[in-house]
Design a protein around this ligand. Structure first.
Ligand code: ATP
Length: 360
């Protein structure tokens, strides 16, 4: 296992990049700790696979260096990097048995037979493949084949890191849930440095201790799942994470008051806006807004109530703004004209998309 540092990395697929727009990855500096569980999360096309391929050596970056435990490995090919990789689709040998598929990466490295046997059986057990060990891989379902792929990625103990590129895409939704938890357990037990690429927030948030949120070739925030939820550093993160995402509403600031839809809300602290800020917004998650008929509540009109399965969402209108509110379990359903109160601790101010740090 290794600590991975990316120094001043940028990548363009263009032969002669002439502007920032030509770069699939803008300048990045990243440090990933030995044994950490990380997720790269972002929408399609934001540069996740490009970044992963630079770490594995499948892609040589236009600029910058990749360091494993402080050693510069940028010029090294993938086979010299000691990395295990699991892709979106199964990479297995169809004519081999499940046992042979799992054992193969270890046999290649001349690991003693007894040791291979222990490791193969242990992983097969954790991935619920034990009963298939003597079956040919080609006879198994797509889900089981992808489990073999996961097993092959996890089988070696001596890898610098394990990279997963959307590994659960082909997996049945029911099984996805259990495999996500199994991967988390495997990480806790084996303590490999793991980097997991996904555009699915649930996968990223369940698997990783630290999530790297990317947008348009840049890292927007690196934080724990809890921090991404409670303190999104950018309105992009607020909207992208959560279901529904954070409410982002245009506002103005007047000392400790936020002026929103013509009403003043005291957020209990001063905010200092950057002098060149052009767009000021208030961000509050639907979980942190309460329906209330209290005299301090902002007047709002209920437009719809949606049933999201585990909870209900009220869609409200505040003057000309739209606001989503997650209703607590068992709460009476609001209708017509009502009011809302924001949890000020969890109400944030953003200038041109960026969180404005709080000041006492
Ligand atoms: P996805 O989830 O769809 O795989 P991603 O976040 O992994 O997306 P990348 O595949 O890294 O994103 O792509 C980043 C950008 O680079 C995109 O604009 C994509 O079109 C472009 N790109 C990726 N591979 C190539 C390539 N081989 N040649 C040219 N452009 C590419």
């Amino acid at each position: 296992m290794a600590q991975i540092d990316l120094k001043n990395i940028a990548h363009s697929y263009a032969a002669a990049p002439s502007s920032e727009d030509d770069f699939a990855l803008k300048k990045l500096d990243v440090s990933w700790q030995d044994g950490g569980a990380y997720a790269l999360l972002g929408p399609s096309g934001c540069g996740k696979t490009t970044l992963l391929n630079i770490i594995s050596g499948l892609l040589h970056p236009t600029q910058g260096a990749v360091l494993f435990d402080g050693a510069d490995i940028t010029p090294k090919p993938p086979e010299a990097r000691n990395i295990a990789q699991v892709f979106q689709f199964p990479v297995i040998y169809d004519t081999m048995t499940v046992y042979q598929n799992l054992a193969f990466p270890l046999q290649n490295r001349k690991v003693p037979k007894r040791q291979i046997d222990v490791r193969v059986r242990r992983l097969a057990d954790m991935l619920e493949l034990s009963k298939y060990l003597s079956r040919k891989a080609r006879d198994l379902s797509a889900d089981e084949k992808q489990k073999i792929s996961l097993g092959r990625g996890l089988i070696r103990e001596d890898v610098a890191a394990i990279l997963f590129d959307e590994p659960l895409t082909v997996i049945d939704p029911q099984l996805k849930w259990s495999l996500r938890s199994q991967l988390k357990r495997l990480h806790a037990e084996f303590n490999h440095t793991m980097i997991y690429v996904t555009h699915d927030q649930t996968e990223a948030l369940t698997f990783a201790d630290q999530v790297i949120v990317m947008s348009e070739g840049e890292i927007v925030q690196t934080a724990s799942p809890q921090e991404l939820f409670e303190r999104p550093a950018h309105t992009f993160v607020g909207r992208f994470i959560g279901s529904p995402g954070m409410n982002v509403l245009p506002c103005a600031i007047d000392n400790t008051n936020v002026i929103l839809a013509g009403h003043a809300i005291n957020i209990g602290r001063n905010v200092t806006l950057p002098s060149d800020a052009e767009r000021i917004e208030l961000g509050v998650r639907p979980e942190f807004v309460k329906i209330s008929t209290d005299e301090n509540a902002l007047p709002a009109t209920v437009e719809a109530i949606e049933d999201a399965g585990r909870y209900r969402i009220a869609r409200l209108r505040l003057h000309d703004l739209q606001l989503a509110v997650i209703l607590p379990d068992g709460a009476a359903l609001p209708s017509g004209t009502t009011g809302v109160i924001f949890d000020t601790e969890n109400t944030h101010i953003y200038a041109d998309g960026h969180l404005v740090e709080r000041r006492a």
